[in-house]
Design a binder for this molecule. Structure first.
Ligand code: ATP
Ligand code: MN
Ligand code: MN
Length: 300
């Protein structure tokens, strides 16, 4: 009996979603078209969905391409078709809104068909919206700092988290910074996670006020790294691993190991045109266990 060859890791996932304006250029600086972006998401889906699937997502949609008007979409407008699902979530004012989530390649591609470039996710899954399964510290360097400073800061957070017994993982944002991701067993609710994140970030800023700030005020950021802990409140989102960014060169947010991070010199190291490299490294040993740890918040 002839053996059926296994699909190559970069084999395109079949998608039944029809793409209109296939040749529309979405990234003018690198000539990446709408169908190329759709193909990127279809192929990366098996690697991306364990992180981005089945959690409420907000989309950055740029229907005319990244250089034209973009908007941030949180709620379902009812136009995405049935591969993009809805989850009702209570809002602050007591009303209920339908948020979006996807769980298939078709769902990702259906969003691209609607002009989406970026996928931002909640820190909790649709199965337990009120109990976060990850905490994120988004390191935002002031202009003028180099990536080396951001890497050092990320390492510092890693060490401080480890002292509290928490394992963490770095994510290149695809933009300027690094996100330090702390997986959580979904137990504590949003207020407790937000409180921990806030106190942790403030403690770092207090210990090294010349290096870190933990408040949003732009004026206080001069020459410092803002430890953006505000991603950890109910309703906030952060860029999902393997999401493309609506920025020059079509960069992608990429999970890396702490060892790899040392030799990387930009948060925009990979782009949607690096699909083969991304698929290959995702199966490699360096990324084994990225983002996975069974841990709860310690007393702090
Ligand atoms: P960089 O490394 O360049 O900072 P980033 O993804 O961390 O990239 P930020 O500007 O630091 O970008 O983070 C903005 C965060 O705010 C994103 O994680 C996103 O989920 C969220 N966000 C972006 N636009 C909106 C918006 N219009 N409304 C609400 N939240 C938004
Ligand atoms: Mn950031
Ligand atoms: Mn930020």
């Amino acid at each position: 009996v002839a053996e059926i060859p296994a699909p190559a890791p970069d084999a395109k996932t079949a998608t039944s979603v029809k793409i209109s304006n296939r040749d529309r250029v979405i990234f003018p600086e690198s000539n990446v078209t709408k169908v190329q972006l759709a193909d990127y998401y279809a192929a990366i889906a098996p690697i991306m969905l364990p992180w981005a699937g089945k959690r409420p997502v907000s989309l950055v949609r740029c229907p005319q391409g990244r250089a034209r008007a973009c908007f941030f979409q949180k709620h379902d407008a009812g136009s995405f078709g049935d591969t993009v699902h809805q989850v009702p979530i209570r809002e602050k004012d007591g009303s209920t809104e339908n948020y979006l989530y996807v769980d298939t390649a078709d769902g990702l591609v259906a969003c691209v068909q609607m002009g989406a470039i970026e996928f931002h996710g909640w820190g909790s899954s649709v199965a337990s919206v009120e109990q976060p399964d990850r905490m994120v510290f988004d390191l935002d360097p002031d202009e003028g700092l180099d990536f080396a400073d951001t890497k050092k800061a990320a390492e510092h957070l890693k060490e401080q988290l480890a002292e509290l017994g928490l394992v963490s993982f770095p994510l290149l944002s695809g933009g300027k910074g690094v996100h330090v991701v702390v997986p959580l067993t979904p137990k504590a609710e949003w207020p407790a996670v937000k409180d921990f994140a806030s106190r942790f970030a403030q403690a770092l800023a207090q210990a090294e006020p010349d290096r870190f700030v933990a408040t949003m005020a732009k004026a206080k950021r001069k020459g410092r790294i803002f430890i953006d802990w505000l991603r950890n409140q109910r309703g906030a989102t952060a860029i999902m691993p393997y999401s493309a960014r609506a920025r020059e060169g079509a960069p992608v947010a990429v999970p890396v190991s702490w060892t790899e991070l040392r030799d990387i010199d930009t948060a925009a190291r990979w782009s949607v045109t690096d699909l083969d490299a991304l698929a290959k490294r995702a199966g490699g040993r360096g990324l084994e266990g990225w983002g996975v740890a069974d841990q709860v918040l310690p007393d702090f």
